[in-house]
Write a protein that binds this ligand. Structure first.
Ligand code: ZN
Length: 85
């Protein structure tokens, strides 16, 4: 499920991100500490307290989350979206 968010910029590639897809399928707004992946550069990101985003080291996350994210990253890298700046 994808939810719309206030637009913010990816801290890595500076693409505008205004949606998030919950990996567990729940249509809920992300909260502080939730992990997401940039659709454009596949950077692993974390939502901050004010729902901004910041980078996070994937190795600091739980192993099952790492493998889930790795699958998403591979998918993004194999099927890059149209880049809109
Ligand atoms: Zn990015």
């Amino acid at each position: 499920m994808t939810v719309r968010l206030p637009p913010c910029l990816c801290p890595v590639c500076e693409s505008k991100l205004d949606a998030a897809t919950a990996t567990d399928g729940d249509d809920v707004l992300p909260k502080s500490g939730d992990i997401t992946v940039c659709f454009y550069c596949a950077a692993v990101l974390v939502f901050t307290d004010d729902l901004g985003i910041d980078t996070i080291d994937i190795k600091s996350l739980a192993p099952e989350l790492q493998s889930q994210l790795s699958a998403m990253i591979t998918q993004i890298q194999d099927n890059p979206p149209m880049t809109i700046h």
